[in-house]
Ligand binder design. Structure first.
Ligand SMILES: [Zn+2]
Length: 499
């Protein structure tokens, strides 16, 4: 028996309900993480909008799907329904992560501070000890809750019309997974040697150990990139962003719908973030500048999201503004983020010392992440199709270890999963960035980021919000579909001595 589809009018109510729900979540997120409000109160918001995630309603939205028509609303409903079932798990995990501690040198370190502490710790033996304490806590305290959450989800998925989570996304929600999986396999294959050689040399230079001896706790140290801190001071981050946007014809301080939150507050999260409370009416860009290459990249990434949402046309439907293909917004974020590794940008905007060296290191960094995410997608596809999640521990180590040549901790096999296959948005956004920036360079020159015409094109594309998919947008502009090969080409260009 099929469920009766929601009427057009009911669908419109569902849309406006979802719009308010997402606005309230983004506002609460902003207030808490910007340090304006100590509590993070989601329960009341979920309760106010319980009708959106009610199983019968979600099924009726599903019956209204016709091709891509209403598909995004159905995906929103499915994720809301499953999210509601595991909200208790997520809350317990968050609470434990915020309260668990380990004893170290007569002090205590909170669970969430362990990763940054490892990244900032110069002594290898201490890094190893901290990591093993973290893994023990993950295994004994958090993993039992993760397993229960996965099993709860598995039991609920058939209600949504698919035998398992993988098929729910691939078939019911029409996520193009098979083609991307094939591209990931090819990428891993084609860049294997390039990765081994370039990563080995970079690790020797930055951490003092080669790839064969390196352990995962050495990686955090490498990604921190502290040897470049002096070139990326905290007080120049915002001026560099303002200057870059100004050259593209965007006056950041005159954008009435963009709210820049730069004030220091004791409980403000140190990492930059964007909260699109109203799209395009009220977009928050939050930052507490600390400096260092990672902090700069994070600010430019979030500024990419911010400008995308701020220029989105107010006339689009809710799902074309707030839902849709997230590879689009991630692609815009990557386009701005990758300027902070672009030789021309570094030279022109920062009169940077040794831009080539930094750009090469940024390329190795990118290679690592694209390989890691490629393997993650292969793993997640197997994980979501598996009947018993607890059997997947060794596959996790095998697939991710093969890709980055450094074994991950088996204890992370559950937490290292992005719900709703979000990893595909990142993978496709990396390709989108590589292809679009090549187009911009060919069209406007290697300093395209200083050209008004380039800025006008970006604004025109941002206006479309997430109405088109990343593939459609790219095809419109460059004529090509999304190809991970483009990322491999970009990396080879930045690493001439290995290509
Ligand atoms: Zn992002």
């Amino acid at each position: 028996m099929t469920t009766e589809a929601l009427s057009e009018r009911e669908l419109d109510d569902y849309r406006s309900g979802a719009d308010r729900f997402l606005a309230e979540l983004d506002e609460e997120y902003y207030l808490h993480y910007a340090g304006h409000k100590p509590d993070f109160e989601l329960r009341a918001i979920y309760e106010r909008h319980a009708d959106l995630t009610d199983l019968e309603t979600v099924k009726r939205v599903g019956s209204a799907v016709d091709g891509r028509e209403n598909l995004e609303l159905f995906r929103f409903g499915c994720e809301g329904y499953l999210g509601e079932l595991t909200r208790g798990h997520a809350e317990r995990i968050a609470e434990l992560e915020a309260t668990l501690e380990v004893a170290h040198n007569g002090e205590t370190i909170g669970y969430r501070m362990l990763k940054p502490t490892i990244a900032n710790e110069p002594d290898r033996a201490v890094r190893a000890r901290l990591e093993s304490m973290r893994n023990e806590l993950t295994e004994s305290q958090l993993n039992p809750i993760h397993v229960d959450a996965v099993e709860t989800t598995q039991r609920a998925v058939p209600e949504l019309g698919a035998p398992n989570y993988h098929l729910l996304y691939r078939d019911r929600l029409a996520l193009e997974l098979d083609g991307l999986v094939a591209q990931c396999r090819a990428f891993l294959d084609q860049t294997d040697r390039l990765y081994e050689d370039s990563m080995d040399r970079t690790l020797r230079e930055q951490v003092g150990v080669g790839l064969a001896e390196a352990e995962r706790y050495d990686l955090a140290r490498f990604f921190r990139g502290s040897s470049w801190d002096a070139a990326f001071p905290a007080d120049r981050m915002l001026p560099a962003l303002r200057g870059t946007l100004a050259n593209l014809g965007i006056d950041l301080d005159a954008q009435a719908n963009v709210h820049l939150d730069v004030e220091a507050r004791p409980t403000k999260t140190p990492r930059a973030f964007c909260a699109p409370i109203e799209v395009p009416g009220k977009v928050m860009l939050v930052i507490q500048p600390m400096g260092g290459p990672d902090d700069w990249r994070a600010l430019f990434h979030e500024a990419g999201h911010t400008e995308h949402f701020a220029f989105t046309s107010p006339d689009l439907k809710m799902e074309e503004k707030r839902l849709g293909d997230n590879a689009v917004t991630e692609g815009w974020a990557m386009l701005l983020e990758h300027l902070v590794g672009d030789q021309s940008w570094l030279t022109r905007m920062l009169s940077f010392p040794k831009p080539q060296e930094f750009a090469a290191e940024a390329a190795v960094n990118l290679l690592f992440f694209v390989r890691r995410y490629s393997a993650k997608l292969l793993y997640e596809v197997e994980f979501h199709a598996a009947a018993d999640p607890t059997t997947m521990r060794s596959r996790y180590v095998e697939l991710l270890g093969d890709a980055v040549k450094i074994e991950p901790s088996p204890t992370d096999y559950l937490a290292d999963i992005d719900s709703g296959y979000y990893c595909t948005s990142y993978l496709r956004s990396w390709a989108f960035e590589a292809q679009l920036s090549t187009f911009l360079r060919e069209e406007y020159g290697s300093d395209w980021f200083t050209r008004r015409e380039a800025g006008s094109l970006l604004k025109e594309l941002w206006e479309l919000g997430q109405q088109p998919t990343a593939d459609e947008l790219l095809k419109d502009v460059t004529g090509a579909p999304i190809e991970l090969d483009a990322v491999a080409d970009k990396i080879r260009t930045a690493l001439p001595s290995f290509a």
